[in-house]
Design a protein around this ligand. Structure first.
Ligand SMILES: Nc1ncnc2c1ncn2[C@@H]1O[C@H](COP(=O)(O)OP(=O)(O)OP(=O)(O)O)[C@@H](O)[C@H]1O
Ligand SMILES: [Mg+2]
Length: 274
């Protein structure tokens, strides 16, 4: 079955200077899906996210949004594509000198045609949606960690993006707050019909939220699996089963890492959502 595609990575190689982190990444983000990017610490998840939103240029290959290569797009096209993306980076904080409401209204002032009353109405409605109706005038420093995460997600949604990119949205939250944030992300993406690309290594979030996950293997230096977590957990390659089998879930015996051949690096378990 063909899926409507929102973002494509084609032969993508990620590097910092001379140091190549990942090679030959090939995958699509389908409209409306939650795609998790996962793998061990330092494998290049955040770097991949920065490439997907055009903050970093690939060493090789392409990232296409709506069929357009970000690196080849002219200024107006790039602006149009940027408006389709909602982004909350791992280090992304709210602007501390602005109130929470102003944090949401500033992107609208810079990038939308809405007037002041409309900007305020949209900011208030999104803050209400994430349970922060009372925090419009508060400073970010006065919020708890979980509230700040929710405010950052609300801010990433102000421009009504087609794709939301989130880097470790629940990092630093306790398990209850983390589960609540997962539920919020899930209901928001259903309501708004937004695709979500989410970096996470939280297994609970992976199983609760992700339609598919891609696994970046630090040793292989490329993506070694792409598929539904529940399928990869049983049928994925050894390192992926080992990764997914932690934390008291169905124990799986990991097979020793076998030498990887360039042509057999990518293992796929494509699962069609009903
Ligand atoms: N701006 C940079 N310049 C040079 N090296 C960098 C830069 N940013 C990250 N790196 C290095 O690239 C590697 C991958 O970093 P990245 O942040 O993408 O990993 P990650 O998978 O997101 O890790 P984590 O799970 O800890 O967030 C790391 O070794 C990191 O030190
Ligand atoms: Mg990271």
């Amino acid at each position: 079955m063909a899926h409507a595609v929102s973002v494509q990575a084609r032969g993508l190689t990620l590097a910092h200077g001379e140091r190549v982190l990942q090679r030959n990444l090939d995958f699509d983000v389908r409209q409306g899906e939650v795609l998790a990017i996962t793998g061990t610490s330092g494998c290049g998840k955040s770097t991949l996210l920065r490439h997907l939103v055009g903050l970093q240029a690939p060493a090789a290959g392409q990232v296409l949004h709506d069929g357009v290569d970000l690196q080849a797009a002219d200024g107006p096209t790039l602006s149009r594509l940027r408006r389709r993306m909602g982004v909350s980076l791992q280090s992304g904080a709210l602007w501390s000198s602005l109130s929470v409401g102003e944090n949401l209204m500033l992107p609208l002032e810079l990038l939308s045609d809405l007037d002041a009353a409309q900007r305020q109405a949209r900011a208030r409605s999104l803050l209400e949606r994430v349970g922060l109706a009372d925090s419009f005038d508060r400073e970010p420093a006065a919020l708890s960690g979980g509230m700040r995460k929710r405010a950052a997600i609300a801010r990433s949604l102000v421009l009504q993006p087609a794709v939301l990119f989130l880097d470790e949205p629940s990092a630093g939250l306790d398990p209850v707050a983390s589960a609540q944030l997962d539920a919020l992300i899930d209901s928001l993406r259903r309501e708004l019909d937004t695709a979500v690309v989410m970096v996470t290594h939280e297994l609970a979030s992976l199983f609760a939220l992700a339609d598919r996950m891609l696994f970046l293997d630090v040793q292989a230096g490329t993506m070694t699996a792409l598929g539904a977590p529940a399928v990869l957990m049983h049928e994925g390659p050894g390192p992926v089963r080992e990764f997914l089998g932690r934390q008291g879930r169905t124990p799986v015996r990991s097979s020793p890492a076998s030498p990887l051949q360039p042509d057999s690096l990518t293992w796929r378990a494509e699962v069609v959502r009903p």
